[in-house]
Design a protein. Sequence first.
Lengths: 437, 297
Amino acid sequence: MKNLGLIIRREFLTRVRKPSFIILTLLAPILMAAVMFLPAYLATLPGDEKVITILDESYLMDIYDKGNEEISFKYLNPKDFDFETAKALVEGREDYAFVHVPVSEGGDPDFIARNIRVFRAGDLSLSVESYLERSLEKYIQKEKLKAEGVDPEIVARTKTQVNLRIINTEEGRETENATLAKMGIGYVAAFAIYLFIFIYGAQIMRGVIEEKTNRIMELMVSSIRPFELMMGKILGIGALALLQFVIWIGLGLLIFTIFTAVFIDPSLSSGTAVQMEGMNALPDNAAFDIYRSLQSIPFTKVLLSFLYYFFGGYLLYGALFAAIGSAVDKETDSQQFMLPLTIPLILSLIVILRALDNPDGSLAVWMSMIPLTSPLVMMARVPFDVPTWQLLLSMGILAITFFGSVWLAAKIYRVGILMYGKKPTFKELYRWTRYKN
Amino acid sequence: MIEARGIRKTYGSHQALKGLDLSIKEGSIFGLLGPNGAGKTTFIRILNQILAPDEGEVLIKGEALSGKHISRIGYLPEERGLYPKMKIGEQLLYLAQLKGLHKSQAKERIAYWLKRFELTDRVQTKVEELSKGLAQKVQFIASVIHEPELLILDEPFTGFDPVNTEHIKQEILRLREEGATIIFSTHRMESVEELCEDIVLINKGSRLLGGPLHEVKAQYKSGWYQVETEKEWQIPAGKNWQVEKLNAQLGGRAYRIHPEQNSRAELLESLLASGLIEFREEIPSLNEIFIQSTRNA
C-alpha cells in the first residue's frame, strides 16, 4: 500500500507540474467563457449589413420598417421606378437582394403573396429567407384584416404571450417545474463525465505506452506488483482530473460573476437583459420563479451521483485504457482496441439527448443500467429525480463492473507490459487473461 | 544462497523453461549463460517475482521466494530504461523508496553513489538530457541503491565504453567483497572468464552444463599440448601419440601433441630431455565451450 501511495504521488506530481497542464487548466475556462459569451457579444455589434432593396408596387409594406440588425430594407418609390428600371439599378449596386412586390389589379392579398419575387446573384441565406417571409406574412395579414374590417391595431394590442407555470405534484409536494434547468444540469454533468473519461483515459493509456517504450516497465515490476503500478497510474491521474475539474468549476464561477458584473449593466431591468438575448419578456417575477423552480432539483443527490459516476466511469474506462496501453507499443496501434470503448461513450451521448426529453423512457432506463453507458445516461437522468431503487441498482452494477474491468485489465496489463514487437489481436488479449502469472 | 529446482514455465505452447535446476553460492559471482531465447530472462523474471513458475521452486537462503525478498534483490534489466522527464535525483529517490528505503536514508545513499560515479553536479539533470553512458550509470545506481543481497545484472556492460566497463567491473567486484551475491547474465564470454567463479549454461530452457568455471573448463580440455624445445623431439618408443609440427616462435622446434590419457608425466620427461622451452596445455575458451556445446545440443 505504501508503494501505491508513492506511485500515485509520482503520477500526479509529474503531470501537475507540466506547463501544458497548467496552461490548459487556466486557459480552458477562459476559452469556454469566450465560446459562450462571444456569440452573444458579437450579435450586439453591427455586423455585415445585408441591404435588400424593395420595389413595393402594392404599397404593402411600411416604409419605416428598416429590417433588423442584419438585414436592412431600402425602398424604391414605385412612382419613380418600374420593375425593369429598378432591377437594372439594383444590378449595378452591391445589394444583397432585390425584392419585387407586384401590384394586384383587384387588390387581392393572396395574389400579391403568390407573386412576390426575390432576386439575388447566388443563394439566399436561410435566415434572410425566413425573415422576409415572416415580414411579408405580417403585412399580408394586415391587408386581409383590413379587408375583413378589423383594425390591425386591435389585433396587436390583444396579442398575449402565455408562460405556463407547471407544478410537479410528485411525492406529495408541489414544486415548480424546472425542466429546462434539469436538462441543462443533466447534460452538462453527463458531458463533463464524457470529456474527463476521454481526456484522462487517453492520458492513462499514453502513460502506460510511454513506460513501455522507455523500457522502464521491467525495472518497475521487479520492485512492485503490476497491479499496483496500474492502479497507481489510474488513481494518480484521477486525482489530477479531480483537481482540474475543481479548478475549472471555481474559475468558471469567478469568470461568470465578473462577466455578469461588468457586462450586464445593473441599471437595465432584467426584462431588457432577457430581450437582448432574443427571448420574449418573462413575467415580472421571472427571477423569483427560476429560484423557486431550482428548489425542485435534488442538488445533493445530483452532486453525490455526479461524484460517483464521475469516478465510477473514470475507473471503469481508465482500467480498460490501461489494458490497451499495455497491449501495444505505440499509440497508433491502439486504434482498433479503442473502438469498443469509444462506441458506448458516443452512443451514450446520443441517447442522452433522448433521455433528457424523456428521462423515464425505457431506452433511458436500460442504458442507465448498462455499465458502459450508465455513467453518462444515468447522470443525465438524475436531475429529474430517478427512483431510488433504479439509482442504487445502476450504481451497484457499475461497482461490480468496475471491479470486473480492473480485474480483467490487470490480467491483460500484467502480460502486455512485458510484450514487445508484434501488435496483438483480441484473441491474444483473451489468451493473456488466462495466463497464470 | 539460491536453490532452483525443476523450474518450468510455459507461455501458451512455448516452453521457456523445461525443469531448470541450479544453485548459486552465497557471495559468489555467478555466470548465467546461454544463447538468445535460452530462457535466461524468464529465469531472471522468476527470481524477481515478475513471473511465477508453473512448476518447481526457488529457495533463497532456504526460504521459498516471496514478497519480502523483493527489497533484497537488485536488478539491472537488459532493456535499460528510466523516466526521461524525471531528474536524476528524483528518479533515484523514487526507485529507492519503492524498494523500501526511507526518504532520508535514500537521499544519503543517492549522494554517496552519485559521488562515486562523478554525477553529483547532475542531480538536477533530466534523464533525457544525459548521454547514453551516463544514463546507464544512473541505471546501475538504481539497481544497487538499496544494497541488495542479491544483484542480478543482465548484460551489464552493453553501452559502456572500455573505461566505464572497467569502472563497473570494479564496482561489481567491490560489491562482492561486501558480501553481495551477483548473478551475471550475458553472452559476452570474456567478461565471464574475468569475473565469475561459477557458471551455468542453459539452452532451450534446460541446463546444458555448469559448475565452477575451472571445472567446466577442465571438462572441455581437448588433451592437446603446445610445446617448444631446443632440440628435435621424438615420440617415446611404443607410444601412439598424435603430433603436429608448428612454426617455432622462440627459435627452437614447435609441436602440437596429443598424448594418451594420463601420460602427461611421460610427455614432460621426454620433452625435458629435448630441452623444453615452452609447455602449454590447450584450454578452450568459454566462448569455444559455449559454441561447441550449444551446437551439439
